[in-house]
Design a protein. Structure first.
Length: 232
């Protein structure tokens, strides 16, 4: 297929328009396919544009760089997880049940991308990388993930220590990052060990949250939170 030219006769659709959003989705879907087939490092914006049947200028109009495109991919996964969590988290319930729903849904949402997820790790763990889940560039996807976990906490019928409550969604997100890292390296059939990790981790987290309310342990909890806030 000949590469379309970016000109007045073939301008990119306006960002935010229906056609513009369709083009963005096409670019992201094409990029994901190429990341899977040939790896992140070997995939270029030019290659993505050509595979999507777009001009290079058209692709750059929506995504200034490959890193920006990956951030959109991250955000898309979190939006998919949020939609999947909406109904099961709509009504209040015990903390452990809500947390299990959130963690299991997030893992399930990522599952189609397991084959190439490891290819991002090299770049994501490098200090200062825009692909790091802790980077400023990853803020939208990170915030969307934490919004799911805030919903878990806010809709919980289990009593939670008031001081812990404020930091709990972010602490749960860090737990999720650990689960995600394990999932990336999980070579068991259909990542069954990650499912086991979620099943066993949720009751432990639930107990730790409950212990934060025990009078004799509150001072320890306060010191741990103080250290966490200092290092954040």
């Amino acid at each position: 297929m000949a590469e379309p030219a970016t000109s007045e006769k073939n301008p990119p659709a306006e960002k935010g328009s229906e056609r513009g959003e369709q083009t963005k989705r096409l670019i992201v879907q094409t990029a994901v396919r190429l990341f899977r087939d040939q790896g992140y490092d070997k995939t270029t914006m030019r290659g993505i544009a050509q595979a999507a049947g777009l001009s290079v200028g058209n692709a750059y109009y929506y995504f200034p760089s490959k890193d920006h495109l990956v951030q959109e991919f991250y955000a898309t996964i979190q939006e998919d997880a949020a939609r999947a969590c909406a109904e099961p988290l709509a009504n209040p319930g015990p903390f452990d049940e809500r947390l299990r729903v959130a963690f299991a849904t997030m893992v399930r949402t990522m599952s189609p991308y397991h084959a190439f997820a490891g290819k991002f790790i090299k770049s994501a763990v490098e200090p200062g990388s825009p692909l790091s889940p802790f980077s400023p560039e990853s803020a939208p996807a990170r915030e969307r993930a934490m919004s799911i976990l805030r919903d878990v906490v806010e809709g919980s019928t289990t009593k939670i220590d008031p001081e812990l409550r404020a930091d709990l969604p972010e602490l749960l997100w860090l737990c999720q990052m650990g689960i995600t890292l394990y999932w990336v390296h999980d070579s068991s059939p259909e990542q069954q060990k990650t499912d086991l990790l979620v099943d066993r981790a949720v009751p432990l987290i639930d107990r730790l949250v409950a212990l934060a309310r025990v009078p004799g342990l509150r001072s320890v909890n306060r010191e741990a939170l103080k250290l966490y806030r200092m290092l954040r």
